[in-house]
Design a protein around this ligand. Structure first.
Ligand code: PEP
Ligand code: MN
Length: 340
């Protein structure tokens, strides 16, 4: 349930209202837009008489039941698009940001070469896995803490904000200087982790699980937001279907649907969605056309020698060519790549 307040409602009266609602046993969440403040009630609101609450409180313009189970991420609660500040790079309306870099940080030479090159090509954030979730316990697990250190070296060298994956909440103290914390597909429903990154307060890139519905993705974002962190970016990265020709199946409908249902920015990862280098550019074009707020693309200085996901990684020349093309397409959409 939400109550939309009259513009200019005094702070004191808003606090009195939320205090009253909380005394009934509900948790409240305030969503402050450019014009309206919305009080969002979390809990079993079936017992509340909406009209009575509206009649009894002059600062309320109207109240409405929100039927979806997600509240804070719901566009009804926050009609304007959310802007996520990812280390100074804005992800949201009017912008199109490209996160690029290798699947895994492999060495100082590698990550710095890739960082410099993708930056020169126009990428606005650097990715690189330090803690890698791998299907096989015998695969390369990433350089772990050393990987984070090298990623931060590349950040220092280029000024690019960095995105990297966390595997569990005990790692959070290591992520102090990381600009965007990635929650990977395999952890999308790790509810303890979602709550802890919600409390940590750093922007979160939340990837859709391999076999999760859009409602489940939004509910996971709800965990992060209800823990106090509204800086969440959703990422469509392909789902498992019966098709085996591609690593996953890019659910292109997910992008406009998520944007209709939620105010959070949505980006697309065509690399993990397809698993095939040759499909990254066409799927990236589709992402721009369908209204995504950005892309996450794997790029490597020597994909043939990559320790992880080489087959889907663009080499640095291919990444540059793609960026040259994307810049034109993004401009056509009336959006901008780069700082706001
Ligand atoms: C990744 O981005 O490195 C990754 C492991 O992706 P996903 O969680 O989408 O598989
Ligand atoms: Mn990868």
């Amino acid at each position: 349930m939400i109550f939309v307040l009259r513009p200019g409602s005094p702070r004191k009266e808003i606090e009195a209202l939320t205090g009253q609602i909380e005394s009934w046993g509900f948790t409240t969440f305030l969503s402050t837009g450019t014009e309206h403040t919305v009080v969002c009630l979390l809990g079993n609101t079936a017992v509340i008489d909406v009209d009575a609450v509206v009649q009894n409180n002059d600062i309320i313009e109207y109240g409405r039941r929100v039927t979806e189970p997600y509240k804070a991420v719901n566009r009804t609660v926050h009609p304007e698009d959310t802007i996520v500040n990812a280390g100074g790079i804005m992800i949201g309306p009017g912008m199109f940001q490209v996160i690029a870099g290798p699947c895994s940080v492999e060495s100082e030479v590698q990550i710095i070469e890739v960082a410099r090159s993708v930056q020169a090509s126009g990428a606005t954030l650097l990715r690189g896995g330090a803690f890698k979730p791998r299907t096989s316990p015998y695969s390369f697990m990433g350089l772990q803490e050393e990987g984070l250190r090298l990623l931060l070296r590349a950040k220092k060298e280029t000024g690019l904000p960095v995105v990297t994956e966390i595997m569990n909440q005990t790692q959070l103290p290591l992520f102090e200087d990381i600009d965007v914390i990635q929650i990977g597909a395999r952890n999308m429903q790790n509810f303890d982790l979602l709550r802890e990154v919600g409390r940590f307060g750093r922007p979160v890139l939340l990837k859709r699980g391999l076999a999760n519905t859009l409602e489940e993705l939004l509910m996971s974002a709800e965990y992060i937001m209800s823990a106090g962190n509204s800086q969440v970016i959703l990422c469509e990265r392909g789902i498992r279907t019966f098709e085996t020709a591609t690593r996953n199946t890019l659910d292109i409908s997910a992008i406009p649907l998520l944007k209709q249902k939620s105010h959070l920015p949505v980006i697309v990862d065509p690399s993990h969605a397809s698993g095939l280098r040759g499909l990254v550019a066409p799927l990236a074009r589709a992402a721009v056309a369908v209204g995504a707020d950005g892309l996450m693309i794997e790029a490597h200085n020597d994909p043939a020698q990559a320790l992880c996901d080489g087959a889907q990684s663009l080499d640095l020349g291919q990444f540059k060519n793609l960026m040259d093309e994307l810049k034109r397409r993004v401009a056509f959409e009336g959006k901008k790549i780069g700082a706001a």
